[in-house]
Design a protein around this ligand. Structure first.
Ligand SMILES: C[S@@+](CC[C@H](N)C(=O)[O-])C[C@H]1O[C@@H](n2cnc3c(N)ncnc32)[C@H](O)[C@@H]1O
Length: 236
């Protein structure tokens, strides 16, 4: 909340604020904290952000934890979804889902090829001929499935060689990529205030956006410079 007012102040009227939050158990008990939801209520009620849409960030490779509840007593399941609050300063933040279309499913591809007979679905939806129009891809859902399995990157090797700590909680590049493409245009400014290894800056750079990053740990920032090494940096 200390940052919320300042973020609201510096955000452009059509800008968005993306906040990814992992879940947590109450210390010592197999019951969950509800801090993500309390924070959302405060960001909307007290700071004045709008909730444009909620997303869920699913990492299928997440390890089971905490061991006591999940592996030993077996009374809880794996926690592999973070909530992502897409907050905005206005009710109509800049967004275009045509920039983040997913490849069509096999069944949709065959439908596009063979045509679709318009009919009333059991659900009552009237699916018209327009359904078989090729729009270049499927509209993505608000569930982002992104495995975080990038363990051999040049960034890691260069950090190790320089004796710097590799950031332990890096995000998959696909996370920043989705929201930057969806919510910004080339030349727009992207700011990550808890930048870590600066995945956001790297993705912004490759997508032709301007970027700013701030990070508490000088060591993480030092390591993040390797992400921009000319030998590894590829422009989109
Ligand atoms: C989950 S990590 C971000 C990882 C990043 N998305 C990446 O891909 O590398 C959160 C970061 O916030 C930083 N942090 C925590 N409090 C901060 C603060 N008050 N100001 C700036 N950075 C902070 C931590 O040092 C940590 O590196």
């Amino acid at each position: 909340m200390e940052f919320a007012g300042e973020l609201h102040r510096i955000l452009k009227p059509e800008g968005s604020f993306i906040l990814d939050l992992g879940g947590a158990y109450m210390p010592g008990f197999p019951v969950r904290s509800i801090y993500q939801f309390e924070l959302l209520v405060r960001l909307v009620r007290e700071t004045g952000f709008y909730l444009a849409q909620e997303f869920y960030h699913y990492n299928p490779a997440r390890l089971p934890a905490p061991a006591e509840w999940v592996n030993v007593r077996r009374i809880r399941v794996k926690d592999s979804v973070n909530v992502v609050w897409w907050l905005s300063k206005s009710q109509n933040p800049k967004a275009d889902n045509r920039k983040v279309l997913k490849p069509y499913s096999d069944s949709m591809i065959s439908l596009l090829k063979n045509g679709y007979k318009a009919k009333l679905r059991p659900s009552g939806h009237d699916i018209s001929e327009k359904f078989s129009k090729d729009n270049g891809g499927a509209i993505p859902p608000n569930l982002l499935e992104l495995a975080n399995t990038d363990s051999n990157s040049a960034y890691q090797k260069m950090c190790r060689d320089a004796g710097l700590k590799v950031h332990p909680a890096r995000f998959p590049a696909g996370f920043a990529e989705f929201f930057i493409k969806f919510l910004t245009n080339e030349g727009d400014l992207v700011f990550d205030l808890f930048a870590g290894s600066n995945t956001t800056g790297l993705v912004s750079e490759t997508l032709g956006r301007r970027w700013l990053a701030s990070e508490l740990s000088h060591e993480y920032l030092e390591g993040s410079i390797f992400r921009f090494d000319p030998s590894t940096l590829q422009r989109a």
